[in-house]
Design a protein around this ligand. Structure first.
Ligand SMILES: [Zn+2]
Length: 585
């Protein structure tokens, strides 16, 4: 929604200055280049144009201005990005704003006032303090995270906010702080609860989690209740504590995910500064995207019970689908069922668990394979049973999801070592169960649904595919397909087909899948593509070749292992010769 305010802000802020606050930019002719923060890459395809005041990534095809960048990077709605950049630009927003913006401003104010109210009430409620002390929380942690207390009265907060004359009753309902009964009475949503404010990624309070004080728990209300979704509080996007842990995550390039607020707070207190919690809601891909801009590794620490193990399994799949290296941290404090208990008993336990975290496939071996010792006759017998075979197939299905063929291969080897089943037998079994379930990707979807997992991973385009599509879009925008001469070999087959159609001057084929790809290429925003320099095009071409050779090396490495296993000398020699002929990195 362009308006005079956004134009004013853009005139005061330079795209280069704003982006420099987030990523490292290198000069590249009249433009600047960077590693894209929105997809994983080793060579930069993210271009910033000071002239146009725009940015564009040719790897993942995202782009825009400072607002779209900040929205994407900070995971913000437009209104919040506007607020953030207005502050940076020194532009006053208060008076000339759309009603919607004023309204979310009111919701922020009400949540802030509620937090202050709960803080004051906490100071006067020893019972709340005693409870948190009993759980092991220190005064400083309570203050740092602004934990409060909702008095066990029907309308304490509601009356305090209404008396201040700052809001109408329906605003309190909208903010999720009050509820209206059928008879029209206004009541506090949170009563007799320890109040954990939930801050958005910029540190503003947008909602609460309230934990009932055990002595007030009659079992008829949830132990924990959360603010409802509001225009400023979106559970699928917010991670508890992310505002505090951002720096720690950025520095360590890893995020430690725990289940609840208490796990978070106790971990933080024990010095784990890259911790986050998915509180009150299932983990979503959107949560993970916010983290992925800062970290490549996700360390999971979930409760030591069946529910925790199942939750961990969902988080592993979601993490791997979103391109994280996933590890599992297991608490080694006897009797502790979660991170909060463990840290209370032994403050070093969380750090220790993180250091000793195991890779996800290892977790699956432990979870699904029988406990008998590796390679023993006992284990072989157990795996031959009906149940054993099902368990083995479950592990194979998990390994099939590993994106890198090389990594997958090494875990198949490890599985073979542990089970005493030859690798090619495992491969056959994997191929057969994949075929029975249909295509590998259909199989993942079907299995995901059976698990109750709504976010089953789907295959993302490879970098080679994305680079090829990007180059094709540039060529189409300039109507100059010469820039792709000599690249045909490196293009993914589908992209090559698209190039052939476009070279004939056509925009359609009689293949639906190819047409979809043509649409995706032709419908890109051409204004950003037309004035790319020759040196930038040359860089994309060399990136494309680099990706092609990388994929080729992986394929040949596998072919060599297979040929060795089969004892096929001719195949082995051919694969080795081609591998040696490839340019080295
Ligand atoms: Zn990108």
């Amino acid at each position: 929604m362009p308006s005079s305010t956004t134009e004013l802000i853009k005139s005061k802020l330079d795209v280069v200055e704003v982006l420099k606050g987030y990523i490292t930019l290198h000069p590249a002719g009249k433009n600047l280049k960077a590693l894209c923060p929105f997809h994983g890459e080793k060579t930069p395809s993210f271009i910033v144009s000071p002239e146009r005041q725009t940015w564009h990534c040719f790897g993942c095809n995202s782009g825009g201005d400072i607002f779209t960048f900040v929205m994407k990077y900070e995971n913000l709605e437009f209104a919040d990005a506007l607020r953030l950049l207005a502050e940076k630009a020194g532009v006053e927003l208060r008076h000339e704003n759309p009603a919607e913006y004023r309204y979310s401003g009111l919701l922020y104010d009400l949540n802030e006032s509620a937090k202050d109210f709960f803080r004051k009430a906490f100071a006067a409620a020893p019972v709340a303090r005693d409870y948190l002390k009993g759980r092991g929380l220190a005064e400083e942690t309570i203050a740092e995270f602004e934990i409060g207390w909702a008095p066990n009265e029907p309308e304490a907060l509601t009356m305090a906010l209404l008396n201040g004359n700052r809001a109408a009753p329906q605003d309190l309902v909208q903010a999720g702080l009050s509820i209206k009964t059928e008879r029209g009475l206004m009541l506090d949503r949170f009563r007799g609860r320890i109040m954990f404010p939930i801050h958005n990624h910029l540190g503003k309070v947008v909602g609460f989690t309230g934990r009932i004080l055990p002595q007030l728990d009659r079992g008829d209300m949830g132990k924990y209740i959360n603010s409802p979704e509001t225009p400023i509080f979106q559970k699928s996007k917010l991670l508890y504590g992310f505002w505090k842990s951002k720096e720690g995550i950025r520095e360590s390039k890893a995020a430690v995910l725990v289940e609840g607020q208490m796990d978070y707070l106790m971990s933080w207190q024990s010095g784990v500064r890259n911790v986050i919690a998915s509180s009150g809601t299932a983990l979503t891909a959107e949560h993970l995207r916010a983290v992925h801009r800062l970290a490549e590794e996700l360390v999971l620490s979930f409760d030591n019970d069946t529910a925790g193990s199942d939750a961990a399994e969902r988080a592993i799949d979601l993490g791997e689908a979103n391109d994280f290296t996933v590890k599992i941290a297991t608490i080694d404090v006897p009797g502790a069922k979660d991170a909060a208990d463990a840290v209370k008993a032994d403050p070093e336990s969380m750090k220790r668990a993180i250091v000793h975290a195991i890779p996800a496939p290892e977790f699956y071996f432990k979870k699904y394979l029988p406990a008998a010792s590796a390679g023993s006759a006992e284990l072989t017998a157990q795996l031959r049973s009906r149940e054993g075979l099902q368990r083995l197939r479950a592990v194979l299905a998990k390994l099939r999801r590993i994106a890198s063929p090389v990594e997958r291969e090494s875990w198949m080897k490890e599985l073979s070592r542990r089970t005493g089943i030859p690798e090619n037998t495992l491969e056959e079994e994997a191929a057969r169960s994949a075929a029975q379930e249909g295509s590998p990707f259909a199989a993942q979807g079907a299995q995901g649904e059976a698990d109750g997992d709504a976010a089953a991973p789907r295959r993302a385009a490879t970098r080679r595919e994305r680079l090829g599509e990007g180059l094709l879009a540039i060529a189409a925008a300039r109507n100059d397909f010469g820039i792709l001469d000599g690249c045909e070999e490196y293009l993914a087959p589908a992209v090559n087909d698209a190039l052939a159609v476009l070279r004939k001057g056509e925009r359609r084929s009689n293949d639906a899948a190819l047409d979809a790809l043509l649409d995706a290429i032709l419908l890109r925003d051409t204004s950003e593509l037309a004035d790319i320099s020759q040196s930038e095009i040359a860089a994309f071409r060399s990136d494309l070749a680099h990706e092609y050779y990388k994929e080729r090396r992986q394929v040949l490495t596998l072919a060599i292992r297979n040929a060795e296993a089969k004892g096929d000398d001719a195949e082995l020699r051919a694969a080795l010769d081609e591998l040696r002929s490839l340019p080295t990195e």
